[in-house]
Design a protein around this ligand. Structure first.
Ligand SMILES: NC(=O)c1ccc[n+]([C@@H]2O[C@H](COP(=O)([O-])OP(=O)(O)OC[C@H]3O[C@@H](n4cnc5c(N)ncnc54)[C@H](O)[C@@H]3O)[C@@H](O)[C@H]2O)c1
Length: 336
């Protein structure tokens, strides 16, 4: 089996999950790491083998790789993806691929040059698969509406100690672009393309600490099915993300890997789906499907076939996120 030579840019928190997944994957060969904090790149090279660099430029000059993983701060994803694409290197970027409309224009063009994938790994969660099957089977009937709540806890040091979070220039936004973009994405996976969004955002608990929003709410029209969306980092803990779909024949509720159904005829069903384990910690956590998502991207590159999270596959979500921010900034509904 052919193995794709790969490298990781940005060796902070999420890079550990990418590296562990790639290390276990038969189609990948980890060759290099880079971070502006060289000790982080070195620590990863010491663990996994390969060479450490202190800049992406140097890594790209020295290494012949097939795939570049982007685990850097948000604002760097598009420019770094462009550097790789210029050299014919496929890109697998962490979310969000872009922080604004100008980057989105540029990012979309990269897909014409090389395979590009975006890490919306929750699409690979077993509970998400079950909900999609239930909808596709017709058992639930037509969706009538939905609600999605992300109520998590992020305190001041999470922002102040990162060197990039909490700043509009480097993070691009707050609880929507960072924590709850996955949930916005899942609403689209279940309900299709949104027709309009009306959103507001504010900063409640970290006033003076961050310039991005710590709370955002939106009313989204998914072509006939209204969805209410609420995300905050001001909660006391990371409660399980809730997505609930009200359909003609019943209501289905997903909280991480728990799926419960209340049928209109009074029937009840409960499914506890298996928690896939994180390749690094061995513990389950929301977002543990990185390995499946990365393996699927490598399969698509090797086979030259489409990837679920390629640019067309993430367009609705990225455009909905950008529209949410535009709506909140301009205090008006945005039509998509
Ligand atoms: N898919 C998910 O569920 C998930 C979860 C966590 C983070 N993420 C995403 O991963 C990305 C990184 O997040 P994180 O939590 O790992 O952040 P982090 O701060 O822990 O890591 C980022 C790393 O990038 C490095 N870096 C900064 N500028 C650089 C440059 N010019 N060149 C090379 N390296 C550079 C930093 O030194 C740091 O080590 C973000 O886009 C975030 O949204 C995704």
């Amino acid at each position: 089996m052919r193995r794709l030579k790969c490298a990781i840019a940005g060796c902070g928190g999420i890079a550990q999950v990418h590296a562990a997944a790639l290390h276990q994957q038969a189609t990948a060969e980890l060759r290099a790491f880079c971070d502006i904090r060289p000790e982080r790149a070195k620590a990863m090279a010491d663990t996994y083998g390969g060479t450490a660099y202190s800049s992406l430029e140097e890594l790209l000059q020295q290494e012949k790789i097939d795939v570049l993983h982007l685990c850097t701060p948000h604002a760097l994803h598009t420019p770094m993806a462009a550097m790789a694409a210029e050299r014919g290197i496929a890109v697998f970027t962490e979310k969000p691929p872009v922080i604004n409309e100008a980057q989105w224009e540029e990012f979309q063009k990269l897909g014409e040059k090389v395979p590009v994938g975006v890490c919306f790994q929750n699409r690979y969660n077993p509970s998400v698969g079950l909900l999609k099957e239930l909808l596709a089977s017709g058992r639930l009937g037509k969706p009538l509406g939905a609600r999605a709540f992300v109520t998590w806890h992020r305190d001041a040091p999470y922002y102040t100690e990162s060197g990039w979070r909490g700043s509009l220039e480097t993070e691009g936004g707050g609880v929507l672009i960072n924590q709850s973009i996955h949930t916005l994405d899942l609403l689209g996976q279940f309900l299709g393309r949104a027709a309009s969004i009306d959103a507001t955002m504010t900063n409640h608990h970290l006033k003076g600490v961050i310039e991005v929003e710590d709370m955002l709410e939106a009313h989204i029209d998914f072509s006939g099915s209204p969805a209410v969306f609420f995300a905050t980092t001001a909660h006391c803990t990371d409660s399980p993300v809730l997505v609930e779909l009200v359909c003609e024949n019943g209501t289905v509720r997903m909280e991480e890997q728990e799926v419960s159904l209340r049928w209109k005829n009074g029937g009840r069903e409960f499914h506890q789906l298996p928690q896939p384990l994180s390749p690094t910690t061995g513990k389950a956590y929301w977002g543990q499907s990185h390995s499946l998502c990365i393996a699927d991207f490598y399969r698509s590159v090797l086979e030259g076939t489409p990837f679920r999270n390629d640019i067309p596959g993430v367009t609705d979500t990225v455009e909905l996120m950008l529209a949410a921010y535009r709506s909140a900034r301009e205090h008006r509904e945005i039509l998509l």
